[in-house]
Design a protein around this ligand. Structure first.
Ligand SMILES: O=C1O[C@H](COP(=O)(O)O)[C@@H](O)[C@H](O)[C@H]1O
Length: 479
């Protein structure tokens, strides 16, 4: 019997827990119904163990957990009403989870996990707004944590490079880095993980994966979703912080990293952090390397979407962007000179979610072939999970005129949703599919300069009607 992992959800009555975290665990329990897991919830809102059990039943089964499995988890669950920014509240929560009294840090009454809790590790999952997470981490410094405590933290990790560094320093006083999981669900997306096999298990691509053969790269996540009632969060974040600072830079790191010798958490995260350290804005600075825009009223399918500034809960004075684009360069021998464009937006009529590798033209076309020579491209779909190789072939009507042929395939369907994949690692105590502290700081470093320029007004805020495509002059890789 494997030891029971105890998952403590701080923010158990919140939207994130209900919408993503618990359904993600449900999907994992569908695949692994016998997984030994105990869940303890905590929040400031009063709830009985029974009510928390009902929440678990509803959300775990919604994620795919069989009824009997969800019942087993719900029956073993506990709920603690507490303020987790207060050390005494946290001591009560950790004590309930660990099955013993927990003292002040350094008091000598060290909490230990053992028979009472199944002997596995304890995960404190911060499903909380970032400011509350920061205060809860400060309060945790006064709590005697069990040795095998892991911390799992949702994005955004910090507000900028300095605050991310400060938070990293605080977290380092609580548990070793290998026990910290900064959650980025894109690292659990099947096609993002496919990048590893695609790049390192195919001679065909391995040989051409460099500035010598690649002209440009685009990593885009253009969504048709608009605000969907998330103004409270999104209006303070915007597209750059919401998607580029976190998810898309992680994808870039996998696209551009050097081959790791082994796929272990250490080797993989060393390789991705090295790439991020070498990444800087393309060209002259944020004014030329970045664009931002905000949607006006429009229609997406049969949905009428109000202008962003008229959405419920939005403060029009905040100048929040709903479409952001940043072009960077990985300044190293493999990639120098290749523009890598990261883009994400909401309320778009054309939803491109992909990595596009655009190859350079051949150096010389034999005389007699009639151009133009369409550019060869590899398109890796992040959703849906498809891959396309767009290559030049002879024409249909004139065999010596060049045209583009597309070889497309649907990639394997993952058993687990991205969240479920990342949660599996966390519950197993494996940090590989989560973000290391230094990488989180680098992602902020890359974006801070852009955010400062935007705050200073040196990059104009553009507009696009909801339901439109990304503006043509932004230069998207595919029409
Ligand atoms: O983290 C986030 O990701 C979603 C996009 O990811 P998906 O897997 O749900 O497609 C994005 O819509 C959201 O704004 C962002 O916070």
């Amino acid at each position: 019997m494997t030891p029971t992992c105890t998952l403590v959800i701080l923010g158990a009555s919140g939207d994130l827990t209900e919408r993503l975290l618990l359904p993600g665990i449900g999907s994992l329990l569908e695949r692994e119904p016998d997984r030994a897991l105990r869940i303890v919830g905590s929040d400031r809102a009063p709830m009985t163990d029974g009510e928390f059990g009902q929440l678990l039943m509803r959300t775990l089964t919604a994620g795919g957990a069989p009824e009997a499995v969800a019942r087993r988890i719900a029956d073993g669950a506990a709920y603690v009403c507490a303020d987790v920014t207060d050390p005494s509240g946290l001591r009560e929560v950790v004590g309930t989870a660990a099955g013993c009294a927990v003292g002040r840090r350094g008091s000598g009454r060290r909490a230990h996990q053992g028979a009472a809790d199944g002997g596995g590790h304890l995960v404190l999952y911060f499903a909380l707004p970032p400011a509350v997470t920061e205060r809860a981490c400060a309060a945790l410094q006064e709590v005697d944590l069990p040795d095998r405590t892991h911390l799992a933290m949702e994005k955004p990790f910090g507000r900028d490079e300095a605050s991310a560094r400060e938070l990293n320093e605080r977290v380092a006083t609580l548990v070793p880095e290998a026990q910290v999981h900064r959650v980025d669900h894109f690292l659990g997306k099947s096609t993002v993980l496919d990048l590893i096999a695609l790049r390192f298990a195919n001679r065909l691509f391995q040989a051409v994966w460099s500035a010598e053969h690649i002209e440009s790269i685009e990593i885009a996540y253009d969504e048709s979703l608009a605000l969907e009632g998330r103004a409270g969060y999104y209006d303070h974040a915007g597209a750059l912080r919401d998607m580029i600072q976190s998810h898309l830079l992680q994808v870039l790191a996998l696209v551009a990293m050097e081959p790791p010798a082994r796929i272990t958490d250490r080797d993989l995260r060393d390789a991705t952090a090295t790439v991020l350290r070498a990444t800087r804005l393309w060209g002259g600075g944020p004014e030329t390397a970045s664009r931002r825009a905000r949607y006006t009223a429009g229609q997406i399918g049969d949905r009428q979407v109000p202008a962003y500034v008229d959405e419920d809960g939005v403060d029009p004075g905040r100048e929040t962007e709903t479409l952001a684009q940043v072009t960077v360069e990985v300044a190293n021998p493999r990639w120098a000179g290749v523009p890598i464009t990261l883009r994400s937006g909401k309320a778009l009529g054309v939803t491109r979610k992909h990595v596009v590798i655009t190859f350079a033209d051949v150096r010389h076309l034999p005389d007699g072939l009639t151009g133009p020579d369409p550019q060869d491209q590899l398109v890796i779909g992040l959703s849906p999970d498809v891959m396309e190789l767009r290559i030049t072939t002879n024409g249909t009507s004139d065999p010596l005129a060049l045209e583009q042929s597309v070889f497309a395939t649907t990639l394997r369907e993952a058993e687990l949703e991205a969240y479920g994949e990342v949660l599996t690692g966390i519950l197993d105590g494996d940090p590989m599919l989560t973000v290391r502290g230094d990488a989180a700081e680098e992602c902020w470093r890359i974006c801070d300069e852009v955010l400062a320029a935007w705050a200073g007004g040196t990059v104009p805020m553009e507009e696009y009607p909801a339901g439109a495509a990304v503006p043509r002059d932004w230069g998207a890789a595919l029409d």
